[in-house]
Write a protein that binds this ligand. Structure first.
Ligand code: PFF
Length: 455
């Protein structure tokens, strides 16, 4: 096959492969690394409730909108808007998506690199005999060092590039299909252990009992950002993936199933973390980006067979990160291949090198570059905030306006129903959500958080 895939585009094959690829994109560090620490910093139960409502009312409609745009146009995130809305400014959404993909890839690979280091530490029995304070210190020394985290980050970006190079079908589908069920089982096992530790009940109360006094405009924006980041929406990763879906894929069911799976994994990660934290006497808002790396080794040390469990856990987390990072890199690579006629190999190399360059600054944010800050945030946090809480929600806002107001309703309906082959139960609801609820809600959350509007 020619490496230039313009007319003869590669695509996904089986129904399970599609679900696994989309769920593989959604389920990743966002659920297991980001969700617990954002919940911890945002006060627990009330945040969870807001987050869940955002997934249902805003996330699923945005995801389905991306599927409609992607499969209808069969193009990358920029080309999709150019094809459906030629001669307009709509492709700007694609440009924003490509910028977001870049930024996310840069900081995502930092955390994925930490995960690889923790695979290594697990294998070499690095947690053995250490108490909570020592495990925390061990993490902080690693996090602030200069060489090792960068090496792991480069290894991770290279792994992502290798999978991207083997093409959509062979690469993405194959890797996404295997091993995800294992991650689920392991998280269940960890959750069981976490809730049976002494003093763990307070952790469950923290996670599930809403205290609405903890909500503020920035916490609500944070919940929106977390929902979008975790579902992989707002930058066209799912436009790109759905451009490879076959005509018979049921888009609504896929959006629903992927979102539910994503939420389940995030909540399980919360159950694995918070009870254990309270049992260890740690404060939920304490860990920051290092939270899971400080807490989970303690749990592994208290599990029968903890050595094997910790190796398995970090390997599976690294794989979950990989199936997400390929969906992020594919946004940029598909764009370069289709819009600039670039060979896939060159597009991948350019993307990987550029992401590694920006990524370097993210990785050094706690060490060599710790003094470079903006409004009290280090480089990593600035990039994470900009991508997750600004670019993704803004992209999502424009995407629902595009589907709800620009596209003809019959076009949207034809795409969702596979040209009339499927019965659509929630079409009216979907239309209402994308036209009114989602755009208005996202706009209000935004304006409220930046202080233009006060509600
Ligand atoms: N959803 C992924 C995760 O939860 O780890 C991260 C991600 C992938 C964000 C793809 C955005 C994206 F477009």
């Amino acid at each position: 096959m020619s490496l230039k895939e313009s007319s003869n585009r590669d695509g996904f094959t089986s129904k399970f492969g599609i679900l696994a690829a989309a769920a593989g994109s959604a389920i990743g560090l966002g659920n297991i690394w980001r969700f617990p620490y954002v919940v911890g910093e945002s006060g627990g139960g009330a945040f969870l409730l807001v987050y869940l409502s955002f997934v249902l009312l805003l996330g699923i409609p945005v995801m389905l909108s991306e599927f409609v745009i992607g499969r209808k146009s069969k193009r990358n995130t920029f080309g999709a808007f150019k094809k459906i809305a030629p001669g307009t400014l709509w492709p700007v959404i694609g440009v924003m998506g490509i910028v977001a993909a870049f930024v996310i890839l840069a900081f995502y690979s930092t955390i994925a690199g930490w995960t690889l280091h923790y695979v290594y530490l697990s294998i070499t029995n690095g947690f053995q005999g250490r108490d909570t304070a020592e495990l925390t210190l061990m993490f902080e020394m690693f996090q602030t060092s200069t060489v090792l985290p960068v090496i792991w980050q480069l290894i991770f970006i290279s792994l992502t590039a290798v999978i991207i190079l083997s093409g959509v079908k062979k690469g993405i589908e194959k890797y996404s299909k295997i091993l995800m069920p294992f991650l689920l089982l392991l998280l269940i096992a960890l959750s069981v252990r976490s809730v049976t530790l002494p003093g763990s009940l307070d952790g469950l109360v923290f996670l599930f009992k809403p205290d609405f006094s903890k909500l503020s405009s920035s916490v609500i924006l944070g919940a929106l950002g977390q929902a979008f980041f975790s579902l992989s929406i707002g930058m066209g990763a799912l436009i790109t993936y759905s451009s490879y879906f076959p005509a018979k894929t049921n888009l609504s069911n896929t959006a629903f199933e992927v979102s539910i799976a994503d939420v389940i994994i995030a909540i399980l990660a919360g159950i694995a973390i918070f009870p254990a934290m309270f049992s260890l006497g740690m404060q939920p808002e304490m860990g920051g980006a290092g939270l899971i790396f400080m807490v989970l080794p303690n749990v592994f040390l208290q599990i029968p067979g903890g050595y094997i469990v910790s190796i398995a856990f970090f390997i599976l987390l690294a794989i979950a990160a990989l199936t997400s990072s390929i969906s992020i890199m594919e946004v940029v690579v598909a764009f370069l291949v289709e819009e600039f006629n670039m060979v896939r190999r060159h597009a991948t190399a350019i993307t990987a090198i550029a992401a590694a360059t920006v990524g370097l600054f993210c990785t050094l944010s706690w060490g060599a570059l710790e003094n470079v800050t903006l409004g009290g945030r280090n480089i990593f946090d600035v990039l994470d905030f900009t991508a997750s809480n600004v670019l993704l929600p803004l992209g999502g806002l424009l995407i629902v306006i595009f589907v709800g107001w620009y596209m003809k309703f019959t076009e949207v309906k034809d795409e969702m129903s596979n040209q009339g082959a499927l019965m659509l139960k929630f079409l009216g609801l979907f239309r209402f959500l994308v036209r009114f609820i989602a755009p208005v809600a996202i706009a209000i959350i935004f304006l409220n958080a930046i202080g233009i509007l006060r509600v």
